[in-house]
Write a protein that binds this ligand. Structure first.
Ligand code: HEM
Length: 418
């Protein structure tokens, strides 16, 4: 008789129509660590944290797999140098060099720029006609901010956004040969565009991340041309789609709750706490892949080295053992004691997202400006459609009714998260 598939297996084949969180709850009954087919699936927060933090976890095999199906050229080069696929000791070297240029100050000083752009984009929105906030706001802000951070001139922004969408197919599985060919040619065009911008910065440095990355050195060590190109492409893509989805996904949970929105406007819970709950409740990145270089015991099970592991970030974020009432959208949990563990949306350990502070900052300011300007903002009647492609989940559109706009002087009170 054929053995039926365990519920966890369905997690690898999710589509936008299914609610992944219902599936996680069912799959969790088989334990926080499961072997499904030839791979491992981690659903528990404590287990995922232990694995991600271990110096014995590896990501490089993912790049090897992707690289094997690519011809020589920009796409293959990018897979050879992407920081999120590097293993020790190369990873520490590249990440150390990047950190010298991508400093906390470079992020925090973007706040006035973000707030200004948010206000400009929100200014024309008012009235009872539904509008889609996804292209009008949730996409625009991260895309403007990442261009500003890197020093990408605005005339290249749409082109690079379009190219990064094409190139993202390099990371997917089950793409048609046409999609792969399009991704490969997209990588050539993206690298050519970025190479031109980098060259201009080399000739005439500005106060931006690309110029800072060009200048960075540790003794005789510098980022190579290929490392720099791959990083610029990674940051451009990583920097806008995930941040857009974080904001839009989170707003689907917040917008139906008028009382909570009023409370946030009065300062408790703080906008910082709301963004933390956006991250936990509706993370855009659902899974990351890993391997171990040595055996590891997790929840009484031994995972041998060299086997593929899927770390369920979204599942861990809803683990009831880590978060009481985990399926409730509750920003106030971030201001109660004892503090809950950090959500795993940006992973943990060596590959902790380098843009985490920027993503948090953008989402917070976007939320503050929306609440400040549109006190009666609400979801429109249009049904929400979700996409679930590979490891990413997000809404396809965010239709809202803006309602009447409030004058410029009104502010949302901000308080620290705890
Ligand atoms: C809500 C927004 C974001 C989410 C959910 C997110 C998520 C992640 C995750 C899960 C990883 C780890 C990938 C892995 O190890 O397999 C990662 C790494 C990374 N992220 Fe983000 N990210 C976001 C925004 C950003 C932004 C705004 C930037 C840049 C400005 C950025 C740059 C990076 C980089 C460079 C890495 C690689 C770090 C390393 O491998 O050492 N991310 N991000």
């Amino acid at each position: 008789m054929m053995k039926s598939q365990p519920p966890g297996a369905k997690i690898f084949a999710l589509n936008g129509e299914q609610d992944p969180y219902v599936l996680f709850e069912i799959a969790r009954r088989d334990g926080p660590v499961q072997k499904i087919g030839g791979a491992w699936l981690i659903l528990g927060h404590a287990e995922a944290t232990q694995l991600l933090r271990s110096p014995t976890t590896r990501s490089g095999f993912l790049a090897d797999g992707y690289r094997a199906r690519l011809p020589p050229g920009a796409a293959r080069e990018e897979m050879s140098h992407r920081v999120n696929f590097l293993d020790p000791p190369r990873h520490a070297r590249v990440r150390g060099l990047i950190s010298k240029a991508f400093t906390p100050r470079r992020t925090s000083r973007l706040e006035p720029f973000i707030r200004e752009r948010c206000r400009e984009l929100i200014a024309p929105l008012s009235g009872e006609k539904p509008i889609d906030l996804l292209p009008a706001f949730a996409h625009e802000i991260p895309s403007l901010v990442i261009s500003e951070l890197l020093g990408v001139p605005l005339e290249y922004r749409d082109r690079l956004t379009h190219l990064s969408t094409r190139v993202s197919k390099l990371l997917g599985t089950g793409n048609s040969s046409q999609e792969m060919a399009d991704a490969i040619s997209g990588a050539e065009e993206m690298h050519a565009t970025l190479r031109g911008i980098i060259e201009a910065r080399r000739q005439k440095p500005e106060d931006d991340l690309l110029s800072a990355l060009l200048a960075v050195a540790e003794g005789d060590d510098r980022l190579s041309e290929s490392e720099l190109l791959s990083l610029a492409a990674t940051v451009y893509s990583a920097g806008h789609r995930t941040t857009r989805d974080l904001f839009a996904n989170g707003m689907t949970a917040l917008l139906p709750n008028r009382e909570l929105m009023d409370a946030i406007r009065s300062g408790t819970p703080s906008s910082t706490a709301v963004v933390e709950e956006f991250l936990r409740f509706e993370t855009p990145t659902h899974l990351v892949g890993r391997m171990l270089s040595e055996p590891m015991e997790l929840a009484g099970v031994t995972i041998p080295p060299g086997e593929g592991i899927f770390v369920g970030l979204a599942a861990a974020n809803r683990d009831p053992a880590a978060y009481p009432d985990a399926d409730r959208f509750d920003p106030a949990r971030w201001i109660r004691e004892p503090a809950p563990p950090a959500p795993l949306s940006f992973v943990m350990g060596a590959h902790f997202c380098m843009g985490a502070s920027l993503a948090r900052l953008e989402a917070r300011v976007m939320l503050e400006v929306l609440l400040e300007r549109l006190p009666e903002l609400r979801l429109a009647d249009e049904a929400l459609h979700w996409h679930h492609t590979g490891v990413f989940r997000g809404v396809d559109a965010l239709w809202v009714i803006p309602g009447p706009a409030r004058s410029v002087g009104a502010r949302v009170t901000r308080t620290p998260a705890r």
